[in-house]
Design a protein around this ligand. Sequence first.
Ligand code: GLN
Length: 234
Amino acid sequence: MKYTLNVAHLYGDLLNTYGDIGNLLVLEYYAKKMDVTLNTEIVSIGQPFDPQKFDLAFFGGGQDYEQMIVSRDIQEKKAALSTFIETDGPVLAICGGYQLLGKYYIGAQGERINGIGALPHYTESQDNHRFIGDIVIKNKETGQKYHGFENHNGITFLGQNERPLGDVLSGHGNNGKDKTEGAIYKNVFCSYFHGPILARNGELAKRLLLLALKRKYPTTDFSQQEHLQIKPTY
Ligand code: GLN
């Protein structure tokens, strides 16, 4: 293969609900067509995250119990992850991972689970209730519709410089009130979608890979890549 991307699977051994790991399989599917080798590595408890080494990061969802464990450890990686994000490193963060990139998440038992505040959103708890079901959103910039399945207790409110991944067409989204779903900040894409999100929304997978490639190989023109012509599967 002509290109190589190093992918960090953040806490992949702890946070992987509802088949979120499938997102990596989808990235591999498109990467192959783009002549890209993906080297994926789990970066978990006690392991440093090297922002120079990685070109893409994936952070899945999880239960409150695992999130609490990750919450303690991720504080050690806060500076490195923030550096990666601020230098336009592409990240896909789902549900629990989305919550932990923000300021905090109040768990279902009322416990405070600290995030790293790399993104300015915060997440409160619903009383004995979860948002569960199919959801469809529309991304403003591209006009693309994204389809998924949400299952979360947390209700998230976006902060300054964050825009939603999409406007909710059906389903609940971030908080069931403001019709937003997910977040975009620089090259970080956050969502409550399981499914996994990239399997049903190939355009987003392509976008992430392209961002990573352009950042790593700034002098190469990727606009004619074969993968860009592929119709995403639903
Ligand atoms: N534990 C979190 C919540 O319920 C995240 C759940 C998830 O990742 N699916 O909101």
